[in-house]
Design a protein around this ligand. Sequence first.
Ligand SMILES: Cc1ncc(COP(=O)(O)O)c(C=O)c1O
Length: 454
Amino acid sequence: MNDFARAQDLAQDSSQHARGEGLEAFWMPFTANRHFKAAPRLLARAEGMHYWTPEGRRILDGTAGLWCSNAGHCRTPIVEAIQRQAATLDFAPTFQMGHPLAFELANRLIELLPSDFGQVFFCNSGSEAVDSALKIALAYHRMRGEGQRTRLIGRERGYHGVGFGGISVGGIPGNRKHFGALLPGVDHLPHTHNLEHNAFSEGQPQWGAHLADELEKILTLHDPSTVAAVIVEPVAGSTGVLIPPVGYLQRLRDITSKHGILLIFDEVITGFGRLGSPFAIQHFGVTPDLVTVAKGITNGAVPMGAVFARKGLYEAFMQGPEKSIELFHGYTYSGHPLACAAALATLDVYRDEGLLGRAAELAAHWQQALHSLRDCPHVIDIRTIGLVGAVELAPRAGAPGARAFDAFISAFHDHDLLIRVTGDIIAMSPPLIISASQIDEIAERLRCVLSTLA
Ligand SMILES: Cc1ncc(COP(=O)(O)O)c(C=O)c1O
């Protein structure tokens, strides 16, 4: 089939899909399938700050896709790097073999981190990054003769992907309840979200650092010597942009260090410039032992995840006979050549356009634009940090989540704006290339959405 015929076919498919035909076979993830398939919301093309629907409507992207496309969509250097790589080395195993791009990428990533970090482990998603980090933490203690450290501690309202490890340490009831007993030996910190004390805080809330001390209580219950790792998102994204209170993360660091417990930051959302520095590590000045990333690592263009390990962890594994495998873990596509090429090109774009610091330049404008919605109907909280923000709505009586879902539908269909909702919270994380006037545009369109919301 030539390109013209293929394009005609695609156009026909799109209009058929827009009518709700031909949609049954794809079991869509985290989607109300029946509702979607009755009135589909389709995206056919993207460029920069926008998506286009099959019928040609231009949608302003308020969410960088799904917190992924930090440099905006279909960036030429990234597209070309993927095309070149696909024609040069489509696949190469990284089990007992290697290819140069994976090593180059690991070195480039380490350069973005504080000098405490030494190694990068590659995988294909945030979920895999989390499961890899948890396994590395458990194996690390065993390697050092502390195999009794088997417990893992997460946090309520934490999202760490959908692997069994991730949902076990995660704290979203809906993601856990259908899936059996999960991992044993997992406990959870309380979340830090508190509207009574912190509603409409600007930046980090002042109240709540003491919630980190709950960790001491959990450790007393289990005995600290049984705990391998504590995992938190520095800013919890998926459950509605929960910003850590001033001093909270440092307290977690102090407590974990005191007891020889590894601290894992899940930076799948906060990584790659979302807060105005390469990682949340630099933004908050707190250094964990392991960091998980995905999404922005390739600008969302090819699936990839990674775990960054602090110096000393890898060394603990480098024992035993030289010809024996040290870590029995990995994925066929760990360090996939296309993902590496996409990531290297992405890092070049981030560097050349100063994107890893851009959220810091725009943060005040973003904060002021979102906080201007304070007087809109139903709004009970607004919070922002870097270029991420949330508008929390009062739930409708007896129908939690319904109001924000209506906002999502109205934003897309009536105001050409892509937002994301979780419960009754509207969450936004636009590409870091956004202009000040596009920030105003998002706020204006949101105002229209909120003013007509029942
Ligand atoms: C903090 C965090 N961790 C892990 C994940 C899972 O990533 P993935 O969907 O790529 O598996 C996400 C996804 O949103 C996330 O926000």
